[in-house]
Every structure is written in structure tokens, then in C-alpha cells.
Design a protein around this ligand. Sequence first.
Ligand code: NAP
Length: 243
Amino acid sequence: MKKVAIITGASRGIGAATAFTLSKKGYHVCINYLKNEKLAKALCTSINTSGGVAITHKADVSEEAEVQSMFNKVNAEFGTVTHLVNNVGVLFTKTAFSEISAERFTTILTINVLSAFLCSKAFVKQVQYDGAIVNVSSVASRTGAPFEYVDYAASKGAMDTLTTGMSLELASQNIRVNSVRPGFIATDIHADGGEPDRVNRLSSQIPMGRGGNTQEVADAIAWLLSDEASYVTGSFIDIAGGR
Ligand code: NAP
């Protein structure tokens, strides 16, 4: 069966590593991005010149119309989307919860959770049976990220509940829904929070004594999507060095 995957937020970081990894495993991949067109196109070229098949698609996946256009384009170019990675996630500057504005809280929930809901809905509408979704959550859904990003942590908690609910609702259609919960992974998301070197600073708090890399997350996502995980649904894999 032809395997077609959309990876949201794949211009860089975990999403980019996942797109590359899936392409190596024979998936046709759609690299979704919002602002970083250069990076997305460079990744696409690198996949296509190394024997894979990829396209890029710019879309704000927290907007329903843009999500639908993305699925329409991928359906037209590759056929049915059989696999979906809801990877988009953002955070803002570290701050105490009492300083977080209602606007910021709403934005975080919209980008991190509504996007996964909208993409999953569009996915199910066109695949109907036999497919797999991986939601990229965070260890923050367990820790709550106090004094840093409780809004972000709350969005990941919501995502975990979404994973559980969707997995049960879609099980009879053989659409598996699972989640990965990364810990501290070296990507540019930490610079967005105001601390590019965050992973190194916190490495002493990680039982394994180091931060993770994007490939370590991508490999777990690829496994959850694969037929090797055919009886796995509603599961969460923490990729956090024991944290
Ligand atoms: P990242 O490097 O900041 O990448 C985020 C990606 O999301 C970018 O490709 C960005 O695209 C895209 N994006 C943001 N808003 C978007 C929107 N509205 N529509 C479409 N694309 C959008 O992040 P990362 O560290 O790889 O994180 C990926 C996921 O892992 C996130 O869900 C994050 O919460 C989760 N996670 C990360 C860590 C970590 O330590 N890195 C830990 C736990 C969980 P553009 O650049 O094109 O705008």
C-alpha cells in the first residue's frame, strides 16, 4: 500500500527529522511549514535528491480552511493521506503563570491543540479506514512546566486527552492514534522561549545526563506509524532520558 504522510511543522527540528526519516522508509511526505520557506524547500530538495518523494506546503494549521487546502493538495499530488504527524507546537518567553495574558494562553491553545484537532479531522474524513496518527506532546504535560510555560504544558495536557479520545473513537476503523512526549530535545524552540542553551543548562536534571536529539524522537514516531506497531493505539512514549 502506498504510504503518504503529512508532517505538520516540518521546516525544522523534530518535524524535519521525522519527514526525512519517513521518506527514507518509503513514505511520500508533505513538509508543512508556516514561515521558514527556505528551510522547508531545502529539506524537500534534499529528500528528492536522495531518492525520496516530498512536497512542501505552506499552511497555518490552526486555520481550518488552510488545513483543508493542504489535504486537497496532497490528495491531488499523492492520493489519500494514510499517516499524519501532528507535530506543530510553539512556546513563548518563560514567565510565571500569573503574568501570562489571556491572549497568549488562547494563542498557545489554538496553535498547539486546535491544529492537531483540525488536521486529524481532515485526515479521518479522507482516509476513513486504516491509518495512523502520532501527536507530538511533551513531558511538560506531566510536569506542568511551573515558572516557565504552564500555558504550553496545559496545551500538551489537552493534546494527551485528545490522543486518548481519538484513539478510542477511531479504533474500530483501524486508525491508530498514539503520542510521543519528548523531554529536552536540542532544537530552536528553546531560543523562542528566550534560552537557546536551555537543554545544556538542564542536562544535570535528566537521569541520563544529556538532552535528546531530533532523530531519537523521529525514530519513535516512525515506529508508532509503522505496521510494526499494528496493535498499538492510545499509547504514549516518553522520549526524555528518564525524566
Ligand atoms: P521547532 O524547531 O520550533 O519547530 C516548530 C515547527 O512548527 C516549525 O517548523 C514551524 O514552522 C512550525 N509551525 C509553528 N506554528 C505553525 C503553524 N501555525 N502552522 C504550521 N506550522 C507551524 O520545534 P521542535 O522543538 O522541533 O518541536 C516540535 C514539537 O515537539 C512541538 O510540538 C513541541 O512542543 C514538541 N516538543 C519539543 C521539545 C523540545 O525540547 N524541542 C520537547 C517536548 C516537546 P516555521 O518555522 O515554518 O514557522
